[in-house]
Design a protein around this ligand. Structure first.
Ligand code: 2M8
Length: 425
C-alpha cells in the first residue's frame, strides 16, 4: 500500500490546490465547497487559514479573524457563520433562531447555536510559525479571543474533564457510529416539516439517513426552544456525549494557547490547569475492551465501542505512551487507505457513507502529525503518503473510500486543498 511521493508530480496539484482556495474565497472567508456548503464553517475555516499560510499570510490571518467576528459574548465560536443568506443549504439561520440566544450578546453575525472541534488555536499557532514577523500583532490581537473560546469550552462542556458535544454536528463527524446509542435515545416527535438540500447536491448514499436528519433537526429545535442556554441543554437534553475529537483537539489547542501565552508574556496558569483537567478527562475515554479511545454517552455511561480515526488523535492531543498502538496497527493493516473514519471490519462500516467509513484529509493531518511528534514514524508516514495518494489519484474530494479510494461528497474541497498545501505534498 505504500506509495513513493517522488512518483507524484506535485506541481500541478499545488496549482490546483491554490486554485481551489481562490475559487472558494468569498472575501475574508472561505466556503468548504461551492453549493453544498455555502457558509463559513468553524474548523474548515481554521484549515483554510492553514492552507492560505502557504500562499498569502495576510489572507491566512484574515480567515481566522473573520471566524472570530462571529464569536458570541460568552466566548462560544459557532460552527456556522451565515454571512450571506443562501437557500442552497438547510438548516439556515431561520431554523437555528439564535437572534435572542442566551450568551450571544451583541454579536451581529448570524450563526448556528453550537460549536465545532476547536482547532483554531493550534492552526493559528502554525500560521504564526509560518511567518512570525507578519503574525506578531495578529496573534496578540487574537489571543484574548482564543482564551475566551477555551474558557467557554471548559465552563460549558468539560464537566467530566473530557469535552462533550450536544449535537452530532458539533463533533464534525456527523453520522459517526459513535453517536448511535445517544441518537437512538432521541425521539424526533414534533419535528417540523423540512426539505433537505444536501441530497440535491451529492449522492444520498454518501450522506446521513433520514432517521439521522430527523434527529439532527429535533436537536436544533430543542436548543432553539431553550434559547441555546447551555445550562438548560446540559440538564434536559437526551444527547450528551463525550467525544475524542473534541477532547483531543481542545487538549492540543490548550497546549498551543499556553505556548502563545509564554511568547506574549501573558499568564498561563489558568491554561495549564485546563491541560491537567483535560488529561484526566481523556483518561475517561480510554475503552480497555477496544484498546483505544472511544466516545462515551454521558446519559448511560456506555462507550460506543467505535474504533475510529478520532480514537487516534490522542498523540495530537499530546498524550504519550503506546497502549493505543496495537489497535492503530491493526486498523492500518485492514485499511487499503488510511485512516478510515470507522473500522472496515466493524459491523457499521459503510465505505462511502460520510463519517461511517471514508477517509478525511483533515483527520489524517491531525492524527498523522500527532503520530510523527510521538515518534510513531512508520505510522505517520503511512497516513501522510496515503493522503497524498488519495488526492493525486482522485482529486480534492471532501472524503474518500478507504477501500478503493473513490472520491465522495463535494468536489474542489477547501480543507482537502489546505491539507495538501500544508502537509500531504
Ligand atoms: C459536515 O457537516 C455539516 C454540518 O455541520 C453538514 O453535513 O451539513 C461535516 O463533515 C463537518 O465536519 C464539516 O465541518 C462541514 C463542512 O465541511 O460538513
Amino acid at each position: 500500500m505504500m506509495h513513493e511521493l517522488t512518483e507524484i508530480d506535485v506541481a500541478p496539484l499545488d496549482a490546483e490546490a491554490r486554485r481551489i482556495l481562490e475559487l472558494n474565497d468569498r472575501g475574508g472567508y472561505t466556503v468548504p465547497t461551492d453549493g453544498l456548503y455555502p457558509y463559513q464553517w468553524n474548523w474548515d475555516s481554521a484549515f483554510a487559514g492553514l492552507g492560505f499560510a502557504a500562499v498569502n499570510i495576510d489572507r491566512a490571518w484574515a480567515e481566522i479573524e473573520t471566524l472570530f467576528s462571529g464569536q458570541w459574548d460568552n466566548g462560544m465560536v459557532p460552527h456556522i457563520l451565515f454571512h450571506r443568506p443562501d437557500p442552497g443549504y438547510f438548516p439556515g439561520p431561520d431554523v437555528w433562531g439564535t437572534e435572542d440566544a442566551v450568551g450571544r450578546g451583541a454579536c451581529a453575525v448570524a450563526s448556528s447555536g453550537i460549536s465545532q472541534p476547536p482547532v483554531a488555536a493550534s492552526l493559528a499557532w502554525r500560521i504564526h510559525q509560518a511567518n512570525t514577523a507578519a503574525g506578531a500583532d495578529r496573534l496578540r490581537a487574537l489571543f484574548p479571543k482564543l482564551l475566551a473560546y477555551h474558557r467557554w469550552i471548559m465552563a460549558a462542556r468539560a464537566e467530566t474533564g473530557a469535552v462533550v458535544i450536544t449535537h452530532p454536528w458539533e463533533a464534525g463527524r456527523d453520522n459517526a457510529p459513535d453517536w448511535d446509542e445517544a441518537m437512538a435515545g432521541v425521539d424526533p416527535v414534533g419535528v417540523q416539516p423540512y426539505t433537505r438540500r444536501d441530497t440535491g447536491h451529492v449522492d444520498p448514499r454518501m450522506r446521513p439517513t433520514k432517521e439521522d436528519y430527523d434527529r439532527y433537526i429535533w436537536l436544533v429545535q430543542f436548543g432553539r426552544d431553550r434559547k441555546w442556554d447551555e445550562a438548560a441543554i446540559a440538564t434536559e437534553s437526551p444527547f450528551r456525549v463525550a467525544d475524542p475529537t473534541m477532547t483531543f483537539t481542545t487538549l492540543r489547542s490548550t497546549r498551543d494557547l499556553a505556548a502563545m501565552a509564554d511568547l506574549l508574556g501573558e499568564d498561563a496558569g489558568e491554561i495549564r490547569d485546563w491541560v491537567a483537567t483535560l488529561e484526566e478527562g481523556a483518561e475517561t475515554l480510554w475503552n480497555p475492551a477496544l484498546g483505544a479511545y472511544d466516545a462515551k454517552n454521558l446519559r448511560t455511561g456506555n462507550f460506543a465501542g467505535s474504533l475510529s480515526n478520532a480514537s487516534f488523535l490522542c498523540w495530537w492531543g499530546g498524550l504519550r505512551g503506546d497502549r493505543a498502538v496495537p489497535a492503530l496497527d491493526a486498523l492500518l493493516a485492514r485499511s487499503p487507505y488510511a485512516l478510515p473514519s470507522y473500522d472496515p471490519e466493524g459491523p457499521k462500516f459503510d465505505h462511502l457513507r460520510y463519517w461511517r467509513g471514508p477517509v478525511w484529509g483533515v483527520m489524517n493531518y491531525l492524527a498523522g502529525n500527532g503520530m510523527a511528534e510521538a515518534g510513531l514514524t512508520a505510522q505517520a508516514d503511512r497516513v501522510r503518503r496515503d493522503t497524498a495518494r488519495l488526492i493525486a489519484e482522485n482529486g480534492f474530494a471532501e472524503y474518500f473510500s478507504p477501500i478503493d479510494g473513490t472520491p465522495a461528497g463535494g468536489a474542489t474541497f477547501t480543507w482537502t486543498a489546505a491539507v495538501w498545501l500544508a502537509w500531504a505534498s
